[in-house]
Write a protein that binds this ligand. Structure first.
Ligand code: FAD
Length: 379
């Protein structure tokens, strides 16, 4: 494809193909669109490129489709491709300009506890991000399938990123990242995005950070960021795990706590471990609420179920809405609306409440990034 350098073409087309197929969940879809958007922006793609891109896509899919392929399926893929390109164009407006999607080399891989891998990745160029942000990551072993991961470290002088990945049961990507990716592998790294955890948005308040499982990663990066200029801010990091043996990052947490005793308290809590001392037993939100003080920014990151529980339980326990900062999961349209910061007056009225059914005319909604359930794009 003439408009894309060879090394990006396969990444772009496999990602586009996944978006057209529409099989992924909202978070994966949004990660893919962020990547397409940034690529669209960087290479100056325009709507008049749609015809050539769609033709190349239909030709490629047709070649591998086998006997079931015919004019009807070709037409559906072409329509789906044009729709996906419109979404990519809108995503380009959201993610804006910035570094091109890049590759990084996995330099080391450890598995501190069964099912969790710590991957140290060296991007080919320095990747600029703020602690707490997440970025779309894709292994070429699963071309075109993207997942959000959050660096566990504040930016380092050597530019390396540490990712903590838990293999989710029946997951598509995480078992591959944990079980198959080895040093020397490359990973594609997409544009970092604010996912509701940035210190810039929180301001100078004291922090109560509640981390479930690998939700610890971005919160540890935020602690490292505070460590660079702590000032008067106090930070309590409550790290939740099922048992003592599941607390995969205990060594790093101990080091942080030792180095920053003046302002940092690290509190491990174990939901299913009767062998630990009673004070360390309990679920994460209960333990975090115990440490809550008025005026603290209460930041929660972890699996989707934890975020949903925090969304209802913490306000009911008296945490003020303005103090509550929940990591985006992209499971709710409101998450997408927060992600889409850039105003798009034509689509972003204050009362927006999109359902795909109300979104007439076959257009995809720019707030919730869903397409009408027609054709091959049916989400
Ligand atoms: C902003 C953001 C940042 C993220 N950062 C990290 C990170 O740093 N490290 C990390 O390991 N993961 C992180 N995730 C989760 C990650 O993007 C994937 O969702 C996860 O790795 C599972 O992907 P998968 O393809 O294996 O499973 P999928 O095929 O995507 O999902 C399979 C099933 O597992 C559920 N699921 C997804 N995540 C979890 C979970 N944590 N616990 C239990 N069930 C789950 C899904 O809802 C789905 O039902 C982040 C997600 C978001 C939205």
């Amino acid at each position: 494809m003439r408009f894309l350098p060879h090394r990006y073409a396969a990444m772009f087309f496999t990602t586009l193909g996944q978006v057209i197929a529409g099989r992924d969940h909202p978070a994966g879809r949004r990660a893919a669109l962020a990547v397409l958007g940034r690529t669209y922006h960087r290479f100056g793609l325009q709507p008049y490129h749609d015809t050539a891109i769609s033709a190349a896509m239909v030709d490629t899919v047709g070649r591998f489709a086998g006997t079931a392929w015919g004019p009807a399926s070709a037409g559906r893929w072409e329509q789906g491709c044009r729709r996906a390109l419109r979404l990519a164009e809108r995503a380009a407006g959201v993610v804006g300009d910035g570094p091109q999607v890049m590759v990084g080399e996995v330099e080391s891989r450890t598995e501190p506890v069964a099912g969790v891998a710590v991957l140290t990745v060296r991007p080919v160029r320095r990747l600029r991000y703020e602690p707490g942000e997440a970025l779309p990551v894709c292994t070429p072993r699963l071309p075109g399938v993207w997942r959000w991961l959050s660096p566990a470290n504040a930016p380092r002088p050597d530019g390396r990123l540490e990712f903590h990945v838990r293999a989710v049961a029946r997951g598509v990507v995480s078992p591959m990242l944990v079980g198959a990716v080895t040093p020397g592998d490359t990973l594609w790294l997409g544009p970092p995005a604010d996912v509701g955890l940035s210190l810039a948005a929180i301001g100078g308040a004291d922090l109560l950070l509640a981390a479930g499982e690998t939700g610890l990663a971005p919160l540890r990066a935020m602690v490292e960021q505070v460590a660079e200029s702590p000032g008067d801010r106090r930070v309590a990091l409550v790290a939740g795990a099922r048992t003592l043996f599941d607390l995969y990052d205990a060594v790093a947490l101990d080091k942080l706590a030792d180095a920053h005793r003046r302002w940092l308290t690290v509190v491990p809590t174990f939901s299913h471990d009767p062998a630990v001392e009673p004070a360390a037993q309990g679920d994460l939100l209960t333990a975090a609420l115990y440490h809550h003080r008025p005026g603290q920014a209460f930041v929660v990151c972890g699996p989707p179920g934890l975020i949903e529980r925090a969304r209802t339980r913490l306000p009911a326990a008296g945490v003020a809405a303005r103090d509550l900062h929940l990591a985006l999961t992209f499971d709710r349209a409101i998450d997408a609306a927060r992600w889409l910061r850039r105003p798009q007056p034509a689509d972003r009225g204050p009362g927006h409440a999109c359902t795909t059914a109300t979104n007439a005319g076959g257009r995809a909604c720019s707030q919730c990034w869903t397409s009408p359930p027609t054709g091959t794009d049916g989400t």
